[in-house]
Design a binder for this molecule. Structure first.
Ligand code: AMP
Length: 425
């Protein structure tokens, strides 16, 4: 069978690498892919943008693609699954209606409240009804969020009422484009963040290995929010008891709620959770796809056939699937371009990839481009170096051996990925 992966980041490199190992697959195409997917055995890049749904569908029909897996949220929120399904092309991901869980924070907050799923208290506003008095009445810090997709940047944690009002006015004034036409003002939650990712097929759920990511740019979880600077799996904070609680209080009621609302879910479902001191798993956000960079360490540990799992989900036959996991820990360090997450440099030649390829572990590409026989930077997050080890500390050491082999002008990365888990080992 031929397979199509939609997207071109680190998540898609990991998906393509993993799916290419399936005995069911003869060829994996990645649209558009990156310099890393281009070099992967049995994988080929296709020059189609991830949001060009018409061209992707034409390609899938022409090449008789047996399964399409969608990496990023953009095409899912735009309805790629509905379009493929109407053309009888199997496509793994949620429908446009179900993907609103990621596409609209206001929709999701109302959904969570309606279905009694734990989350921060909130109010939503548009420019027409925004009331600064609401913000002034909130405890500090207060969180201001753009409703729509903002590439992980539409969340501002404000330490003063004035800065929160300014952030709200900026969003409503268009600083995030249409994504900020509606805003959510939310209570700040303290605790530890956990990513909980499952494969869902309506009411049947297969939880994936637990993971945790680091969203802030700088060591010690300081500095601006990013798409993610590193991640590791498993997440020791997710004990068996907490795992059961997240399934019971978040995942199951969410899938039941979606079904009750007429939008049954199929695909990867990612719950971003803040675990309160009393163990309450508060939902910060849902993503309607696999996480990036969580995908990279999670798939390094997956021993089962991912293609089989996705096909079982599509066939309504997921029940009883129990993926096998490498018992070792995996840890990924994101190497980013100078300036990220603001204006960042592009086109810097990357050195040391050949040396890194001889080391244990795996370097997944994200924002990279082949230029002749050189590989140059082409995005904010450029690479994710993943190590495996008996402990998170061992996995971390292997990942940083890879990082230390690679260099380019003004590369930046954190030196402490996994520190919370390592502290407790
Ligand atoms: P989101 O896109 O909603 O997950 O927000 C991005 C990041 O902002 C989260 O990963 C958290 O680190 C932080 N964040 C979002 N909402 C809250 C909140 N209510 N309280 C504390 N931190 C938050």
């Amino acid at each position: 069978m031929k397979l199509l992966i939609v997207g071109g980041g680190g998540r898609e490199h990991a998906l393509a690498w993993k799916c290419a190992q399936s005995p069911r697959v003869s060829q994996v195409f990645v649209a558009p892919g990156n310099a890393g997917t281009a070099l992967e055995p049995r994988v080929r890049n296709v020059d189609i943008a991830a949001d060009d749904i018409g061209a992707l569908l034409d390609f899938a029909v022409r090449e008789d693609i047996g399964l399409t897996i969608v990496g990023p949220e953009g095409p899912l929120v735009a309805g790629i699954v509905d379009r493929f399904t109407a053309a009888r092309r199997p496509c793994f991901g949620p429908t446009q209606a179900a993907a609103r869980l990621e596409g609209s924070k206001a929709f999701t907050k109302d959904f969570l409240r309606r279905h009694r799923i734990p989350t921060a208290s909130y109010a939503t506003f548009t420019a027409a009804d925004f009331d600064p008095a609401y913000i002034k009445a909130q405890r500090l810090p207060v969180v201001v969020k753009a409703d729509g997709l903002a590439a992980g940047k539409g969340v501002i944690i404000c330490e003063t009422h004035e800065s929160a009002i300014a952030a709200a006015n900026a969003m409503l004034g268009g600083s995030f484009g249409a994504a900020g036409n509606t805003i959510v003002i939310e209570e700040f939650l303290a605790g530890e963040e956990v990513s909980f990712i499952v494969i869902a097929s309506d009411q049947t759920v297969v939880p994936l290995a637990t993971s945790q990511d680091h969203k802030r740019r700088d060591d010690g979880d300081q500095g601006p929010n990013t798409g993610g600077m590193g991640a590791y799996s498993p997440a020791p904070i997710v004990t068996a008891a907490l795992h059961a609680r997240i399934m019971r209080e978040v995942i199951e009621p969410t899938l039941q709620g979606l079904r009750a609302d007429g939008n049954p879910y199929l695909g990867f479902l990612y719950a971003g959770l803040m675990i309160a001191a009393d163990g309450t798993p508060n939902v910060l956000e849902f993503n309607c796809r696999f996480g990036d960079p969580e995908t990279q360490p999670i798939l390094m540990r997956l021993q089962s056939d991912l293609v089989e799992l996705c096909e079982a989900a599509l066939a309504g036959a997921l029940h009883g699937s129990e993926p096998r996991w490498d018992p070792r820990a995996a840890l990924g360090v994101v190497m980013a371009a100078g300036g990220y997450p603001d204006q960042y440099r592009k086109g810097d030649p990357i050195g040391g990839l050949d040396a890194a390829a001889k080391l244990p572990g795996k370097v997944f590409h994200a924002g990279t481009r082949a230029e002749g026989d050189r590989v140059v930077t082409a995005g904010g997050r450029v690479l994710c170096a993943v190590g495996l080890g008996d402990t998170v500390a061992d996995a971390q050491a292997q990942a940083y051996d890879l990082v230390n082999a690679i260099h380019w002008n003004l590369v930046q990365y954190r030196r402490d990925i996994g520190y919370r888990a390592i502290k407790d080992e």
